[in-house]
Write a protein that binds this ligand. Structure first.
Ligand SMILES: Cc1ncc(COP(=O)(O)O)c(C=O)c1O
Length: 395
């Protein structure tokens, strides 16, 4: 593997590199796997200390006096990140749970179709596959990378109850042009549901401006908050139209009345919440989202895009075949390398303290704002000695 092209010499927002000391893993690893799990920060660890301290000293009163307030704070932070109102935010156990709750609120008797992308993350498609009477329609991708936004209209009609797809495809990093898809969904009278797990945290997100009715993401990846929770936004105007057929006391209007005779949904998005939330994740998520807000999603996007372009240029120069969008503005911080023995290569890189991931015959590399060009160098150097076999053409 011989590298021919000259790499870029700077990335924008060098001031963001001061955040590196927040993330212990960056001291001893080249961590390029934020699309699987974002790095843990000292801020989140500090919050975890608060969790243990309060539990250890206050017991259940930590709930009533402090944790309920912290949950409110987290909803507020998510709202701030998404230019939304806190009343539009619900905290759910996972993206799957959020989609299950929203999906349970839809009447499929008159319209029984749900239109998805064949490139969507499986959990998103499974939601609808298991619903009795629902027909899942998959919008195909010609190149296995993206879908032209105009194509969606061909698959959406008066039988469509929901159009549900990803903001960014997890296996190619392709950023979908959501407003065009939203327009097609709304013209047919369908609800537009977006899975933004691979978008929020690596770029600015405004679900309302994107045309979504429902937008879901979570702290695990780009939002640096770890596993155990998801964030659900439901457009104010849609909340009361959507009455789930699964429920929990956290979604009840008078939660602390403990009235088992009557149930009324809350009027805000918290109606979709499903039981006691994961408080440790609430804390780590607060740390992560604060950092993303302070670093700034616009600056993060610019930096991630530059790091991505540097990787792309260098990999292509080295003859590595990639599975990413051909237009740079459709690319995000997920670079897929076609490598037949991807699992083996990922393991060899890990031995050299370079952490990336694999999906089938692809090595998946995902730089976040805290990564640097020097780390791209380290990755490139290690890749050349990792015994990679070309998936398509020369490596
Ligand atoms: C796009 C996308 N959606 C959903 C998920 C998983 O959602 P959950 O495990 O919270 O249901 C992932 C990855 O873990 C993902 O990449």
């Amino acid at each position: 593997m011989a590298e021919k092209l000259v790499r870029m010499s700077t990335v924008p927002h060098p001031e963001l590199e001061r955040w590196r000391s927040e993330f212990p893993i960056l001291e001893n690893r080249t961590y390029l796997n934020s699309c699987s799990l974002g790095a843990l920060s000292h801020r989140s660890m500090g919050y975890l200390d608060e969790y243990q301290e309060l539990w250890g000293t206050m017991g259940a009163s930590a709930w009533y006096e402090l944790w309920i307030g912290r949950l409110r704070e987290l909803r507020g932070r998510v709202a701030e990140l998404w230019n939304a109102s806190p009343s539009e935010i619900a905290l759910t156990p996972s993206v799957s749970a959020a989609l299950s709750s929203v999906g349970s609120a839809i009447d499929y008797t008159r319209r029984n179709r749900v239109v998805v992308a064949e490139l969507d993350f499986p959990t998103q498609i499974y939601q609808w596959m298991v619903k009795p009477g629902v027909e899942v329609v998959r919008v195909p991708s010609d190149d296995g990378i993206g879908i032209p936004p105009e194509r969606w209209a061909e698959y959406i009609d008066e039988r469509t109850a929901v159009v549900a797809t990803s903001h960014v495809f997890y296996s190619t990093g392709y950023i979908q042009e959501l407003p065009t898809i939203a327009a097609a969904a709304h013209a047919a009278g369908a609800l537009f549901v977006v899975d933004g797990y691979q978008a929020a945290g690596q770029m600015p997100v405004d679900p309302r401006a994107l045309g979504a009715d429902v937008y879901v993401s979570g702290p695990l990846k780009w939002l640096l908050g770890g596993p155990g929770m998801a964030f659900l936004w439901v457009k104010e105007e849609r909340i009361r139209e959507l009455e789930p057929t699964i429920a929990s006391w956290f979604g009840a209007r008078d939660q602390f009345q403990f009235n088992a005779e009557e149930f009324h949904f809350r009027d805000d998005a918290a109606r979709f919440e499903l039981g006691t939330p994961a408080i440790p994740t609430m804390y780590t998520a607060l740390g992560g989202i604060e950092i993303i807000l302070e670093a700034g999603p616009r600056a993060i996007r610019d930096r991630v895009a530059a790091l991505t372009e540097d990787l792309v240029t260098r990999l292509e120069g080295a003859g590595v075949s990639l599975r990413i969008a051909s237009e740079a503005e459709r690319r995000s911080g997920i670079v897929m390398l076609k490598i037949e023995n991807a699992a083996e290569v990922v393991a060899r890189l890990a031995e050299r303290k370079i952490i990336v991931d694999h999906r089938g015959p692809h090595v998946r590399v995902s730089p976040h704002f805290y990564n640097t060009l020097e780390e791209n160098d380290l990755f490139m150097a290690a890749l050349s000695g990792a015994g990679a076999r070309a998936g398509d053409r020369g490596v």
